[in-house]
Write a protein that binds this ligand. Structure first.
Ligand SMILES: [Zn+2]
Length: 242
């Protein structure tokens, strides 16, 4: 059995602008990937030609699918939570849906945002982080959600972090990273995936200089693992796993 990576995000485009390098690198190594996006992005500032929230949601669902295809994502799913409202989801139920998928897919590695909410400190990103972190632990525990499949313990949980804040935006309280990913070999693909989000083109424009300067690397922090160890720095999310 090959390695498997699960990634949980909040909005269509998170999968590429935040995690695109890690996902494309995994695809190149034949690692199976599953991206879960919790909302369809109806509350976005950039709305393209969409007249209603529902229309924007439909457009962004399609953009998400195309972006995942560019990144070589094996399996992707867009859930039905309200964009901008993840704070008010019923926590145990939403985490349970992730537990169920973790038990079905059986990832070795899970990744999501950090508790800071990522570079733009979005509250939806924070809640995605907390739901995924809870689900990661609960998926392996027999007493939790015993009606939602056989317990599965993924081996590692990573949170996304960053080395530099985006200028003119609120500065997140960034976690120290333990993994520096050199994504130069897939950087073009990450940009191409971002381009599939046509409705978010103004965002791409605004962040162009930032990604040109810092886009060769992604940063992650190992936040949970089955092997007790001191924090150490690596350059691979899967080092030592086979
Ligand atoms: Zn987002």
């Amino acid at each position: 059995m090959g390695l498997k990576l699960m990634c949980v995000v909040a909005h269509p485009d998170d999968e590429c602008f935040a995690f695109g390098g890690a996902l494309a690198l995994a695809a190149d190594r034949g690692i199976e990937t599953y991206v879960i996006c919790l909302t369809d992005g109806q509350a976005a500032t950039n709305r393209g030609d969409a007249a209603t929230g529902a229309a924007l949601g439909a457009i962004r669902r399609d953009e998400f699918r195309r972006s995942c295809e560019v990144l070589g994502v094996t399996q992707h799913e867009l859930m039905d939570y309200q964009d901008g409202r993840l704070e008010s989801v019923e926590f145990p139920a939403a985490a349970g849906r992730l537990v169920e998928r973790m038990r079905q897919f059986k990832p070795d590695v899970v990744m999501t945002f950090g508790g800071d909410g990522g570079l733009n400190t979005h509250a939806d990103h924070m809640i995605a982080s907390m739901l995924t972190t809870a689900a990661f632990h609960w998926a392996g525990q027999e007493k939790r959600y015993s009606d939602l499949g056989v317990p599965h313990k993924a081996k590692r949980l990573y949170h996304l972090t960053a080395k530099f804040p985006i200028p003119d935006r609120p500065t997140p309280m960034m976690m120290p990273w333990t993994v520096t990913l050199d994504i130069r070999s897939v950087q073009k693909r990450k940009t191409e995936a971002f381009r599939e989000h046509v409705s978010q083109a103004p965002l791409m424009e605004r962040t162009r200089d930032f990604f040109a300067k810092y886009g060769a690397e992604e940063f992650y922090t190992l936040v949970a693992t089955d092997v007790p160890q001191p924090a150490r720095h690596t350059t691979d999310l899967f080092d030592g796993l086979s």
